[in-house]
Design a protein around this ligand. Structure first.
Ligand code: ASP
Length: 348
């Protein structure tokens, strides 16, 4: 609302003070654009995309995922309704999902080939294009907070491994024993794959991590600032300190107030090679596509053509939200004042 008034005042001032020029025509255009009813805030999240089918999901599991998505959105929305920043909302919302063993991030992270957890995360602020990321850590309780600290408290964009962990310690982030991240469900998934590998058996769809459980959040606050963040444990059985797309700015996360904010989930190698998050923003910036068109083209056309599975959640400066995915399901949800949505399966 404040933004609408400011734009209106700028427009009136320019009409009164000068004769019309091209600039004024442009300003008038800006005013017209701003007449779109921009919500006071908007927030969208995902908890991973993949082979998530209704027939394979118990009612209990279904409702616990929905409850967790709602709990995470409650936290972010609460910050935004009180006039808090998109940055605080994104961090706090992702922390809730990192604390839940349901998602492949923080506590529920999958295991590497060597039986460890290795977290990747990133965050980006759309007003300044400042960004922070961390990769391959396993002692930091909230990797998304480490990504934020890298952005705010260092001159770097990305840190990894023990270096990132000692930075986390220096800036006072909560550390945990790596055992904190051990969950039986993820451990069993790794053992199943390792056993099959040893027996030289073919891996099934389920084994090859077709259930990406990465988490992500994009928020628009009352100042018109867009922030995007993503956090993950990567892919089960990953080796050689593999790093996926989630901590890569432009692949797993991107935000620019002029276009949109994006958080990705899916087969990371494809998201890196096709710079998925940035591509969606670039289509809006240079190609004049709407958010929905750009998301659709990249996720359901280009990526499908290339064989990359996954999806994104994204929102633009008008509070439009899109959540395209090319898998059977994606844990997802959003909130705007007086409006809400939660979905898991396709077509919901
Ligand atoms: N994109 C993540 C990665 O490749 C995995 C996921 O989204 O579940 O590391």
């Amino acid at each position: 609302m404040i933004r609408l008034w400011l734009l209106f005042a700028t427009f009136c001032f320019s009409i009164i003070s000068c004769k019309p020029t091209d600039e004024h025509v442009h300003e008038a255009k800006v005013l017209l654009e701003s007449e779109v009813d921009i919500p006071a805030y908007a927030i969208v999240i995902h908890g991973g995309a993949g082979t998530i089918q209704r027939e394979n999901m118990s009612a209990e599991k279904d409702s616990s995922y929905r409850a967790m998505l709602n709990a995470a959105l409650d936290v972010g929305e609460n910050i935004l309704t009180k006039g808090g920043s998109a940055l605080d909302a994104v961090e706090a919302t992702i922390q809730i999902m990192e604390d839940s063993p349901l998602f492949n991030a923080g506590r529920g992270a999958v295991f590497t080939h060597e039986g460890k957890n290795a977290h990747d995360a990133s965050i980006m602020v759309g007003s300044t294009q400042m960004a922070g990321a961390s990769a391959g850590t396993n002692t930091v309780k909230h990797p998304i907070s480490l990504a934020r600290a890298v952005m705010e408290k260092s001159n770097h964009v990305m840190m990894s491994g023990v270096g990132a962990e000692s930075f986390a310690q220096e800036v006072g982030l909560e550390q945990v024993d790596p055992k904190y991240f051990h969950t039986e469900r993820r451990w069993k998934s790794l053992q199943r794959i390792l056993n099959k590998e040893e027996a030289k058996l073919e891996l099934s769809e389920d084994d090859i991590d077709k259930k990406h459980g990465t988490v992500g959040c994009v928020a628009l606050d009352g100042n018109g600032d867009i922030v995007a963040g993503t956090s993950t444990g990567g892919m089960t059985n990953k080796r050689y300190d593999r790093i996926g797309d989630s901590p890569i700015i432009g692949a797993g996360t991107f935000a620019d107030n002029a276009s949109c904010g994006v958080s990705s989930t899916g087969h990371g190698e494809f998201f890196i090679r096709y710079t998925v998050a940035r591509d969606i923003a670039a289509m809006m910036e240079y190609g004049g596509y709407t958010l929905e068109e750009a998301g659709e083209k990249i996720i359901n056309e280009k990526l499908v053509e290339k064989g990359g599975t996954g999806g994104v959640v994204a929102l633009d400066k008008y509070g439009n939200i899109t959540m395209p995915f090319n898998t059977e399901g994606m844990y997802r949800g959003w909130r705007k004042p007086e409006e809400k949505y939660i979905g898991i399966y396709k077509g919901e």
